[in-house]
Write a protein that binds this ligand. Structure first.
Ligand code: GTR
Length: 326
């Protein structure tokens, strides 16, 4: 169906549903996290703000806890329009949108504030454009802290400590390359399967931020958390591109505003939850291991960068722009 026709059919449906008192658009949204998690609370807030700012023309029903499927599947659903909204980590978006994959280069960001400065600048625009071209428009960026390694057997202090370890990663070749360069065996797996895999020894370890390590109960079955902080990956509130492009300018502004306000809340809740999660797992007996020297981990990533740039030579300026951002 061409866009004009699609718009007029959608318009017709909208006025029909309005006549019956429903919203002009009833959206469905995906989120992987449990009740009380910063992203869950913020996505609920987004839904509330959407209705408020669009005078009830748009309503969003959120489905939390990954009940509508795994993250890679949900990303496809939002791209295809089966779902309209998702709170996604940019990790599994990288294989779809090459520009978005830069954030999955290990140690690319100095820290979280650096990541947000990058996203708020020209590099962020390039990333957003690349995503939009693949059917996912980022409306706002959420904080997901830094990811570190955890496992059950021993603290990790050097790349040698990763040697021979089976480590769960998200679906993205960059993460598999990262583990391989440290001498480990990468095991890409859906988030929902990691607890059992750790418990039964299908994998020896995994990596994530404090809140996810805690909320999933992974800390119960992998009691060493070593502060490698090798990945700082942003998350988006993403919308299907056709749905977004079909909105009037006023509606677009309202949707963006709702997402921005939800992001403000998310970042505040995130800071609180990071501290609370760490406190909780430490109280439960988790051994937190500060890594004295992270340089060997960073140096080991050179082939990951080389490989990425060999495959995406046109993205070298983007990588350099991020590295040059103060
Ligand atoms: C979390 C992130 C999720 C998911 C998960 C994972 O930190 O918020 O979207 O990507 O990690 O490791 O799969």
């Amino acid at each position: 169906m061409n866009h004009m026709l699609k718009a007029s059919v959608l318009g017709g449906l909208a006025s029909l549903s309005l006549a019956f008192g429903a919203s002009a658009a009833d959206w469905r949204g995906w989120n992987i996290h449990v009740e009380g998690y910063p992203n869950t609370v913020a996505m609920d807030k987004f839904a509330e703000l959407l209705t408020e700012k669009t005078d009830g023309e748009i309503s969003l029903q959120m489905f939390h806890g990954g009940t509508l499927g795994s993250q890679p599947d949900a990303i496809e659903q939002v791209r295809l329009g089966g779902l309209q909204i998702g709170n996604f980590n940019l990790g599994p978006i990288g294989p779809i949108a090459a520009e978005a994959n830069v954030v999955s280069l290990p140690f690319i960001f100095k820290d979280v504030p650096h990541m947000f400065r990058v996203l708020d600048g020209e590099a962020g625009e390039m990333i957003a454009k690349g995503m939009a071209a693949e059917g996912l428009v980022p409306l706002a960026w959420y904080d997901a802290g830094a990811r570190s390694f955890y496992n059950g057997a021993k603290p990790i202090n050097t790349p040698e400590d990763v040697q021979g370890m089976k480590v769960r990663v998200m679906n993205n070749d960059l993460y598999s390359g990262m583990i391989a360069q440290l001498g480990g065996n990468p095991s890409p797996m859906a988030f929902a399967e990691v607890y059992q895999a750790l418990k039964t020894g299908v994998v020896d370890g995994a990596e994530n931020n404090w809140p996810s390590y805690e909320s999933t109960g992974h800390f119960e079955v992998a009691g060493y958390y070593s502060l490698s902080q090798h990945l700082i990956i942003p998350e988006c509130v993403c919308i299907n591109a056709d749905v977004y492009n079909g909105l009037s300018d006023d509606m677009k502004a309202a949707v963006k505003e709702a997402a921005a306000e939800s992001a403000e809340l998310q970042r505040q809740l995130w800071a609180e939850r990071e501290a609370a999660s760490r406190e909780k797992v430490e109280a439960a007996g988790v051994v937190v291991n500060e890594i004295a020297d992270k340089a060997p981990f960073q140096e080991a990533m050179a082939p990951v960068y080389e490989d990425y740039l060999a495959k995406n030579p046109d993205l070298r300026p983007l990588v350099e722009l991020i590295q040059a951002t103060e």
